[in-house]
Design a protein around this ligand. Structure first.
Ligand code: NAI
Length: 328
């Protein structure tokens, strides 16, 4: 039998947590046959609710689930973690300025970064889901100086999957016929879903669709504003799709991308494509043997350049704002 992989999940009693934990425990995060041990982190008021979820996890009798522990202390929750899913965050409430939002989240992601630095396993992989995800990931990463920076990532896989779904509908093909989709930049309304490098059944997607009006006025805004459309329709923010994307993100990171394909992940920039070094920005990435790499050498035309630059400018502003607040 294999040694269980320790997975820490924050915000375990939240709505994404409720959709996410059952898929982790049933073996979908890491792959078939890999046992997992869960460590759940919640704020004290939500520990009881997390215990309720843990009771249901027990009741599923998942063969791969080898234990669940619940904490309200980050230092304990990240002890020995091989994978950390940082889902819990402070949502924007009415009347809250962006600075207040960044500050409140700094109060969460700084101590969590420190706890990861102090206690996580040497092979720790971190995915930040809680918004503003890219900048929260940057804050955590900056407070974990002993962990290689490339182990901190933020989630744009939901945007990537939304883009696949929209393109598959437009082209009348299955999502599995589409390869090389890319989300660039911030997980926010400025993100840029790029189909100029995507392929449908091996042919260039933008040329196949050949509809610039749809691309500019339908596809890009639909993907970028999908979160708001879900809230409008469902009366609650995306949860199961976000959880599913988190599963996809980690599964791809650990198990690799298919030959000839890539995925989208927000990762620390090495300066590729003119994205300032150190920002955690979404790129096309391949993964192999548990390591990601930014896809190199793609041609970026003026249309794409302007959109990538706008989203990256927003990330720079967020970084400046958290610097000013002394959070990094
Ligand atoms: P939720 O409000 O239902 O759950 C959040 C949970 O986090 C709550 O149970 C809360 O008690 C907990 N929490 C708060 N502070 C914590 C801390 N310091 N430590 C541990 N737990 C803490 O929210 P939901 O719907 O589950 O969403 C979670 C986050 O994911 C939000 O920030 C949301 O904006 C973000 N999100 C990100 C997406 C992405 O694509 N990157 C997609 C959808 C949501």
């Amino acid at each position: 039998t294999r040694t269980p992989v320790t997975v820490t999940v924050t915000g375990a009693a939240g709505q994404i947590g409720y959709a996410l934990l059952f898929r982790i425990a049933s073996g979908h995060l890491l792959g078939e046959g890999v046992p997992v041990r869960l460590r759940l982190l919640e704020i004290p008021q939500a520990v009881k609710a997390a215990e309720g979820t843990a009771m249901e996890l027990d009741d599923c009798a998942f063969p791969l689930l080898s234990g669940i522990d619940i904490f309200d202390d980050a230092g304990k929750a990240f002890e020995g973690a091989n994978v950390a899913l940082l889902v819990g965050a402070r949502p924007r409430t009415k009347g809250m300025e962006r600075g207040d939002l960044l500050e409140a989240n700094g109060g969460i992601f700084k101590p969590q970064g420190e706890a990861i630095n102090a206690g996580a396993a040497d092979d720790i992989k971190v995915l930040v889901v809680g918004n503003p995800a890219n900048t929260n990931a940057l804050i955590a990463q900056q407070h974990a100086p002993d962990v290689p920076a490339e182990r901190f990532t933020a989630m744009t896989r939901l945007d990537h999957n939304r883009a696949l779904a929209q393109l598959s509908k437009k082209a009348g093909v299955s999502v599995s016929d589409i390869r090389r989709m890319t989300i660039w930049g911030n997980h926010s309304a400025t993100q840029y879903p790029d189909i100029f490098h995507a392929e449908i059944a091996g042919k260039n997607a933008a040329e196949t669709v050949n509809d610039q009006n749809w691309l500019e006025n339908d596809f890009i805004p639909t993907v970028a504003k999908r979160g708001a459309a879900i809230i409008e329709a469902r009366g609650a923010s995306s949860a199961a799709s976000a959880a599913s994307a988190a599963i996809d993100h980690v599964h791809t990171w650990v198990n690799g991308t298919a030959d000839g394909d890539w995925t989208s992940m927000a990762v620390v920039s090495d300066g590729s494509y003119g994205v300032a070094e150190g920002l955690i920005s979404s790129f096309p990435v391949t993964a192999k043997d548990g390591k990601w790499e930014i896809v190199q050498g793609l041609e970026i035309d003026d249309f794409s350049r302007a959109r990538i630059d706008a989203s990256v400018a927003e990330l720079s502003e967020e970084r400046d704002a958290v610097r000013k607040l002394g959070l990094i």
